[in-house]
Design a protein around this ligand. Sequence first.
Ligand SMILES: O=c1ccn([C@@H]2O[C@H](COP(=O)(O)O)[C@@H](O)[C@H]2O)c(=O)[nH]1
Length: 274
Amino acid sequence: MTFLDMLHGATARNDSLLCVGLDPQPQRFPEGLRGDAHRIYDFCAAIVDATCDLACAFKPQIAYFAAHGAEGQLERLMQHMRANAPHVPVILDAKRGDIGSTAQQYAREAFERYGADAVTLSPFMGFDSIEPYLEYHGKGAFLLCRTSNPGGDDIQAQRLASVQGQPLLYEHIAAQAQGPWNKNGQLGLVVGATYPEEIARVRQLAPTLPLLIPGVGAQGGDAVATVRAGLTQEGTIAVNSSRAVLYASGDGDWKDAARNAAWATREALNAARR
Ligand SMILES: O=c1ccn([C@@H]2O[C@H](COP(=O)(O)O)[C@@H](O)[C@H]2O)c(=O)[nH]1
């Protein structure tokens, strides 16, 4: 089954547009686990168990594991998700981008070492930096397009004088991903929930691509505007929330609190599409 099939399947089965982000920060863990980087797996696995019937995808951010030398715990977590939530696809948020020979190694890391279903990539180095990931047929690759941070404008909103019609850089990325770069239908785009107007513009340029949309919850993005701008009959969305779910409570009720936060976000997203 392809990544896209899995995403559509989990969206339907869990009636959900919510991607649960896994950004473990030991200092924010609940009492009993707090401050202990050896408990990253335990914390994340419990969150997965508490939310796997509410999510259309999971998104572990690799930096939160690597910063603690916890790649082994990420491997175990990937196995846990595969065994306990096989219907929910896993998007490894790695934001890789490098020359082809190095990209081959990053692709191998994402898809063979970790067994991810999709990965996030920076398109800054061009198509030959993306191509090695597309050799893993059926796997997904989300290209950073219009990111959720305010500084994204510094680069992504620059106008490309050399291209006919003079699009902004993020518009060019969207058009390339929808068109010539999407050789096997594996590409998607990352667009921030903090910029609903740009989500709508990306959707015009990339009507069928899946959009990974971070920025609701801790970053304050508008869930309703996000769904209205991004979701169409032909183009699905996965709206990510990480900290607002993971750290909904630091007390003994943390698993229930995470589940309740995921539930509330899923309902808010669903209310906007009905
Ligand atoms: O444009 C982007 C691309 C990726 N991210 C990542 O998503 C989560 C957001 O976490 P929250 O706690 O829900 O704010 C995080 O892993 C980022 O690295 C993004 O925020 N914006």
